[in-house]
Design a protein around this ligand. Structure first.
Ligand code: ATP
Ligand code: MG
Length: 667
């Protein structure tokens, strides 16, 4: 049993009230529906039904845009917990993302519209992106990279990061992108876990006006990474601001590697790449680590591509002329699936931004939307809450009328943040797709298709195509409507992770050996009478206060609905009398003071949820500990609330000083 799970033996009772009060419905406008790919709830339902009852037909009809060299014989083979999809097919993912667009007359369409933090811009058409990928593929082949080798990518948000991923895919090398904000130790640990042969990095990256010295940090890691033979270094910043040392025989400038004439064999391979088996490992990605030691989630080729392709097309309702912007870092799964593989396989124009959302000030995102005519924006609740805290005056400075669809991912979105996003950013006209999924699921599992279904603020909606998902009790029996339980997936799906790298046993124990015959997500949820799912938080964070089981999202959303509160995290502290006492950590919006607020917040919880959920302690703080992908790390707050040192893996923590400060804060 995975860490912490023994903590929850019985599912949450149906006493959860707070978000049950949330009954607003936001249907898409008639105008949006008229042009949408899927235009009615009935159309969604019948396709969803087809995808479960006759997956062969569903996936055949919906993958006609993908390039298979050898057609598949069977949609899946399932031998719990090992799954194969598109059995017998061979393909090269980069052909679906690049080559096919050159043949369909879209060669001159912009594939990547990039803006650097200092304001420099670059646009790569599909033709240019293809050319860059071919050149890098040949260079990597000349460096000795072969099918099945692992390549680590430690880079920032520059077009070359996408080029690097696609070049690896083209060669059949398995990439592992390690987020550029990670420390040397975290990088070393991940390189060693996957045994990477080559590292692709850059001199430095811009972040909030300063330079993050990636190569320097990589050098520290490389002192203890015996598997690395070669390092390619992209020059992003330049010698004056970011000097680097190049190790003779190991390190090579990216531009030099590309300028060398490749061998004929490598060039041939780059231009006419091999096709790989449907189950060939495409990438390994370490999870963000909200709950403990990062896991090397492994994804394979055909099923992953099919999952991200179909979900990008329908969830983001992509049409010709869209400028699609996903703000996630490419170092996270959202960056893999919805910045690179999904949109490029759909031939979309993808916007890529290098830097911080608040550089030089909080209007940067909105300035980017206006300048590049962004039509679809996909971001995270943590960013939305930060924008709310900064104030409405920033988005007000810009014309956001190009936007037509908004998305959210990463954490439960508080209804308050949802309505702000809808009103202030979406001008009340853009549907919001809240998308629930995980590194392990590869692609979106729950959402509301924007032209087909109404949204409810705070709910992640309905199952996507091919997804058989449910809320169950410990032994697997399905919960009643609105009864809290564990979120599980009952049928394998194409983009599911196939294993954890080098750790089959942990893969089994974490996901498959928890509840009989189903995939356990680790999240707690309930499904309402309309079939909409509400994720209430991670099962190991679920609180048990005086016999009442309650999800963290319920309490946090209630707090965020108070006008003074920007962000909140709720955790339990052992308590002799109640089992657990509730401790909440709160950050305030600009212009609000902690003074006298404590009792008001307690009253607010009384009103929103009930007296049973009254916090025993309210702690005000400037910031909350978060993973580098912006998720609140409640396991660390739990330790602090109990008066202990925060133990466990902190390699994914964004800012260590937050912890030190929290320990010294007064209650
Ligand atoms: P680790 O598994 O290492 O602890 P992690 O779970 O944070 O890290 P991810 O795979 O990036 O790593 O995140 C998936 C999790 O994020 C989900 O299991 C869920 O808890 C949360 N999540 C993602 N999207 C949503 C959403 N739309 N609504 C609610 N929760 C979400
Ligand atoms: Mg997880």
């Amino acid at each position: 049993m995975p860490e912490g799970l023994d903590f929850v033996e019985v599912p949450m009772s149906d006493s959860i009230e707070s978000r049950l009060k949330e009954d607003r419905r936001f249907p898409p406008s008639a105008e949006f529906c008229r042009h949408a790919r899927i235009q009615s709830h009935a159309a969604y339902t019948s396709l969803h039904q087809l995808s479960l009852e006759d997956p062969e037909t569903f996936w055949r009809e919906h993958t006609t845009d993908l390039v298979f060299r050898t057609p598949w014989k069977k949609i899946s083979e399932w031998n719990l917990p090992k799954a194969k999809f598109f059995v017998g097919a061979t393909l090269n993912v980069s052909e679906s993302c690049l080559d096919r667009h050159l043949q369909t007359g879209e060669a001159t369409r912009a594939a990547i519209v990039w803006e650097g933090e200092p304001g420099d811009t670059r646009t790569l058409t599909y033709l240019e992106l293809h050319r860059e990928v071919v050149r890098l593929t040949a260079a990597l082949a000349d460096l000795g990279v072969k099918q099945g080798d692992r390549v680590a990518i430690y880079m920032g948000m520059v077009p070359e990061t996408a080029v690097a991923m696609l070049a690896c895919a083209r060669l059949g090398a398995t990439h592992s992108v390690i987020f550029g904000g990670f420390s040397s130790d975290a990088l070393r640990e991940r390189i060693n876990d996957c045994g990477a042969k080559v590292l692709l990095t850059q001199d430095g990256a811009w972040r909030r006006g300063s330079v993050v010295p990636l190569k320097k940090m990589a050098d520290e890691a490389l002192a203890k990474t015996p598997s690395i033979e070669k390092v390619l270094v992209l020059r992003r910043i330049g010698h004056d601001r970011c000097p680097v040392t190049m190790k003779e025989g190991r390190d090579l400038w990216w531009e030099d590697a590309l300028e060398r004439k490749p061998s004929d064999a490598s060039m041939k391979l780059a231009k006419h790449p091999e096709a790989f088996d449907a189950e060939h490992p495409l990438f390994i990605l370490y999870t963000s680590g909200s709950t403990g030691k990062p896991k090397g989630v492994m994804h394979t080729t055909a099923g992953y591509l099919a999952g991200v392709h179909v979900s990008t097309k329908y969830v983001f309702d992509l049409r010709a002329g869209d400028v699609y912007w996903c703000t996630a870092d490419v170092g996270w799964v959202t960056g893999h699936s919805y910045l690179v593989y999904g949109p490029l396989s759909c031939g979309a124009t993808v916007m890529l931004y290098e830097g911080a959302p608040n550089f030089p000030d909080w209007s940067r995102f909105w300035q980017l939307v206006e300048k590049h005519g962004v039509t679809i924006l996909y971001t995270a609740p943590t960013a939305i809450r930060a924008f709310i805290r900064a104030g409405d005056e920033w988005p007000a400075k810009h014309d956001l009328s190009s936007l037509r669809l908004l998305g959210s991912v990463g954490e439960p979105i508080n209804p308050e943040a949802w309505t702000w996003y809808h009103r202030v950013i979406g001008g009340g006209r853009c549907p919001i797709v809240d998308t629930w999924w995980q590194t392990e699921t590869g692609s979106i599992m729950l959402t509301t298709l924007p032209g087909a279904c109404y949204s409810k603020p705070g709910s992640t909606g309905l199952p996507f195509f091919g997804v058989d998902i449910a809320v169950v009790k410990d032994r697997g029996e399905e919960c009643k409507a609105n009864e809290g339980g564990k979120l599980v997936i009952r049928q394998p799906w194409p983009s599911m992770a196939r294993t954890l790298w080098n750790d089959d046993q942990r893969y089994l124990d974490t996901y498959w050996n928890v509840i009989p015959n189903v995939y356990f997500t680790g999240d707690g949820a309930r499904r309402d009478e309309d079939g909409y799912f509400w994720v209430v938080g991670r099962i190991d964070d679920v609180l048990n206060v005086a016999g009442h089981r309650i999800g963290t999202a319920e309490i946090e959303s209630a707090l965020v609905s108070h006008p003074a509160v920007a962000e909140a995290a709720a955790v339990g502290r052992p308590d002799d009398l109640k089992g657990q006492a509730l401790v909440v950590f709160v950050t305030l919006k600009q212009g609000h003071e902690a003074k006298d607020l404590k009792s008001k917040l307690v009253e607010h919880i009384d009103k929103e949820i009930g007296k049973f959920a009254r916090p025993d302690a309210v702690r005000f703080t400037d910031s909350l500990p978060k993973t580098r992908s912006g998720k609140i790390m409640r396991r660390l707050l739990k330790e602090i609330a109990a008066g202990n040192e925060a133990k466990g893996d902190t390699s994914t923590l964004e800012d260590l000083s937050v912890l030190a400060k929290l320990r010294t804060d007064e209650e």
